[in-house]
Ligand binder design. Sequence first.
Ligand code: FES
Ligand code: FES
Length: 169
Amino acid sequence: MHTTFTINGEAHDLEADARTTLLDALRQHLNLTGTKKGCDHGQCGACTVIVNGRRINACLTLACMHDGDEITTIEGLGSPEAMSAMQEAFVTHDGFQCGYCTAGQICSATAMLDEVAQGWPSHVTDDLENGVQLTNEEIAERMSGNLCRCSAYPGIVKAIRDAADGIAE
Ligand code: FES
Ligand code: FES
């Protein structure tokens, strides 16, 4: 099946079985291995990428469903020489240990801050009238789809807060 999409600003043509997940397309067909496979059934968030501005689990969606879409992976957010603010904050605050969950955490956190900026409430948002306060509870709730088996959560929350403050400046 033929699918055309834009990944990290570059047009790609994919010829693959219709059952190929977006995660397998990225990793095995397009050699974008920064996106990780943890559970392969939507429970860990290691495969999180940003599609048309929204974070999704790449293991839960078929590549052929994304014809014409704009996809951003960890490789598109920055590079070791030119990290995004969120990537830098994860390094500064030791927001990882083994690093397996980290690409998903950073993609998820990047899109999550956009959701906050747009005023999207979460399950723990108290005040639905006056915008979202990015408390630690809000960060934890909004990042609850991204598991870290090394339990680097304190550093992850600090990194997200730091990046959010930088973006807000
Ligand atoms: Fe997709 Fe775990 S690999 S959620
Ligand atoms: Fe090891 Fe998160 S840093 S799973």
